[in-house]
Write a protein that binds this ligand. Structure first.
Ligand SMILES: O=C(O)CCC(=O)C(=O)O
Length: 205
C-alpha cells in the first residue's frame, strides 16, 4: 500500500526558492491532478471543520476560513491564541502524511487543515514560530483545489515574494525560514472556488 502510494505520485521536480535567510522548496506537481481532486473531495467531507473565533483587543472575530486539527493524542497546539486539541488521524490524512514524510525525510505528528471557501477567506501574515514547533521547524504544506497566492515578506528588509500554490503542490519550509519571514494568503475579490491546505508539523511536548 505504502509503495503504491509513492508510485502514483506526480512529477517529482522541485524548485528551490531564491530567498535569503530561508530554505523553501516547491514541488508544483507533488500529487497528480486527479489525486488532488480526490483528496479535496474526501477531506472536505470527512474532516471535522470548525469556524473558530479569536479575541483581538478585547473583541471576538471569526477566523476567515474553516479549520481542523488532527494528530497524535499528545500533539496539542496553541495557534493564534487558540488551543487546538487534535482529532484522531483519518486514513486519508495518514496517506498524505506518509507522502510528505517520504519527501521531506522528516516525521510529523500533527496537521493543521485550513479550508478557504472562496476568495474572501484568507490567512494573515504570520510565522510558524510557536515554541511547540521547536527550533527551525520543518513544515510541509500541501495544497488541494483552487490555486491561491502565498505572500512571503522578510521581517527586516520587507522584501516580498509571491508564489501561486497549485492544486497538488507541496511547499516545504525549513531552516531559518520562520525566523526571518512571514507568510500569508491574501483575500481577493476574484470569484474563487474552495481550497484546502494541510500543514504537516512536528509538535514537541
Ligand atoms: O494556506 C496556506 O497555504 C498557508 C497555511 C499557513 O500558513 C499555516 O497553516 O500556517
Amino acid at each position: 500500500m505504502q509503495q503504491e502510494l509513492f508510485d502514483t505520485q506526480g512529477v517529482d521536480e522541485g524548485i528551490q526558492l531564491n530567498m535569503k535567510d530561508a530554505d523553501v522548496s516547491y514541488y508544483p506537481s507533488f500529487l497528480l491532478a486527479d489525486q488532488a481532486l480526490h483528496y479535496f473531495n474526501v477531506l472536505s467531507q470527512q474532516l471535522t471543520w470548525r469556524e473558530e473565533h479569536i479575541q483581538l483587543y478585547g473583541k471576538l472575530f471569526k477566523v476567515p476560513r474553516l479549520q481542523a486539527w488532527y494528530g497524535d493524542d499528545d500533539a496539542s497546539y496553541r495557534y493564534s491564541n487558540l488551543s487546538m486539541q487534535p482529532n484522531n488521524w483519518t486514513g486519508s490524512l495518514l496517506e498524505l502524511k506518509a507522502l510528505c514524510e517520504h519527501k521531506t525525510q522528516h516525521s510529523f505528528n500533527s496537521v493543521l487543515a485550513n479550508w478557504y471557501r472562496d476568495g474572501q477567506d484568507s490567512m494573515g501574515m504570520h510565522a510558524d514560530n510557536e515554541p511547540e514547533l521547536g527550533h527551525r521547524p520543518c513544515i510541509a504544506s500541501l495544497s488541494l483545489g483552487q490555486e491561491r497566492t502565498l505572500v512571503f515578506a522578510h521581517k527586516h528588509s520587507k522584501e516580498k515574494l509571491r508564489l501561486s500554490l497549485a492544486s497538488g503542490s507541496l511547499l516545504i519550509m525549513r531552516g531559518k525560514t520562520q525566523e526571518y519571514w512571514l507568510h500569508g494568503i491574501a483575500k481577493t475579490k476574484r470569484p474563487l472556488l474552495g481550497r484546502i491546505n494541510l500543514t504537516f508539523r512536528s509538535i514537541i511536548n
